[in-house]
Design a protein around this ligand. Sequence first.
Ligand SMILES: NC(=O)c1ccc[n+]([C@@H]2O[C@H](COP(=O)([O-])OP(=O)(O)OC[C@H]3O[C@@H](n4cnc5c(N)ncnc54)[C@H](OP(=O)(O)O)[C@@H]3O)[C@@H](O)[C@H]2O)c1
Length: 290
Amino acid sequence: MTSTSASSGTKTQTQTAATSAKKKIAVLGCGKMGTILLQGFLQHGLIAKGEAVATVQHEEHRRELSRELGGVTVTTDNRAAVHGAPTVLLGVKPQALPALLEEITPELAPDTLIISIAASTTTGFIQEKIGKDAHVVRAMPNTPAMVGAAMTALCAGRSVRKEHLETVKKLFESVGRAVIVDEKHMDAITALSGSGPAFAFVILESMAEAGVSVGLPRELATTLAAQTLFGASKLALETGHHPALLKDAVTTPAGCTIEGLIELEKGGLRVTLMNAIIKTTIRARELMNS
Ligand SMILES: NC(=O)c1ccc[n+]([C@@H]2O[C@H](COP(=O)([O-])OP(=O)(O)OC[C@H]3O[C@@H](n4cnc5c(N)ncnc54)[C@H](OP(=O)(O)O)[C@@H]3O)[C@@H](O)[C@H]2O)c1
């Protein structure tokens, strides 16, 4: 397959490339998250480059992405991209989704599996737009998918069959962990694990800055902070122990750690983090209408 342009002169080429019989997935709105996921699916051999089509809105981005994904058809023509695609991944921002759904609906086959990663947008909303029997799975991944360490939550729309959910779970497990949840939890999950990496990076950066302030070289301080957060997370996941128990094991009576913990309490770290996730959940609930 060759990369294509949506300009009128190359429309025929776009249609040809995007209607290939080999097509397995169309990623519409292949921005930051769409690209991370598509690259993950490619790297882990779930799909081949010739079986994927990606779309973006702007021609300049199309050219860049086409270079980056070398071998994947990249176009600005959403309708041509979904034509004949058994699976369509929706990667646009929630606000852009209604118009995109209207655009592609005439081209969707009845059995198309739709995966939406858009925050805030329900499977019910998507079904209303494209047809009540559409198979819609909603997913909330996160950026650690880039290194195979994503946390993705999946929930099924009304007309999703068990095999659809298994197919989607397999796709997302190629880039990390995936869990199936009730849709009522998706906005909270958007805040906790979707936005969570941003909160974790602020903690990581702050720990590293503190290291610099007490005399550590910056690079060493950043490595120490990152590996410590990684190790603590791994320990919690692998032992299944309550975080409070794991914290107590580090905290010797009258030792150093308790002094730091007292400062964290004084600074309100816990309540600040809790409020951040609560506020983010509220924003996730209203994003679709903003
Ligand atoms: N970033 C995250 O950590 C994360 C995590 C979980 C879920 N999500 C969800 O993923 C979605 C995308 O987020 P993002 O951070 O990846 O945003 P992004 O980088 O801005 O990606 C959105 C992409 O959509 C393209 N686009 C917009 N309108 C289009 C249209 N009509 N047809 C085709 N392409 C179109 C844009 O193309 P141009 O670049 O050409 O304008 C852009 O590349 C959001 O719904 C978000 O809720 C994001």
